[in-house]
Write a protein of this length. Sequence first.
Length: 227
Amino acid sequence: MNLKIKDIAQLLGVSEKKIYRWIQEQKIPAYKINHQYRFNKLEINDWILKNRLPVSAKIYDLSASASPVRLTQLLSRGRIFYHNAGASILEAIRQAGEILPLPPGTDRKAVIFSLLQREDMMPTAIGRGIAIPHPRNPIIADVEHETISMFLLQNPVDFEALDQEAVHTLFIVLSANPQRHLEILTKISFLCQQDDFLSLLKKRSVAEKIFDYIQQKEMIWLKQDRP
């Protein structure tokens, strides 16, 4: 419970008065501790994704782990795939799970089951044609084995997104702990708010262009993090 009203207001670019109103209307998850409202990072991240809210770059300050996540590093391990022809949520995730790069000794069937189980609980589509399937609980023990795998679907699939837009791109995230999981999701979410990045995905651009785009963004983030 380490986020305050002012943190959420800065993150979403709205007034503190609006945050108080959302709390009273029970529109945002919050807890009253010692007469002050506090927010859980993981719950706020899920709430942002579910409601497709735009966020400021301040989100990195709130989600950064001790060893910052490099999306390009995780994506180089997980790779970008272009041949998923699944026509439903079940087919798309199963096909992805069959070719997903996994650490040695990882039970592939268990990973696929975990991805489908999480999808049954709540659709992982975040809008604008993007879904981020991920296990409910981390299943990777070592950060050195974390991956992001991107699947540019041959045909858009209905993932029951709130904006009703069919999904054209999956990001399957396998993370080592909740803190890093939060940072990965927030960075992917921020990227997918950029129209030029979405254009690359919709056009199923070559992997080199997608990597270059993400790498350029990460260089900007690194500069912002320096004192």
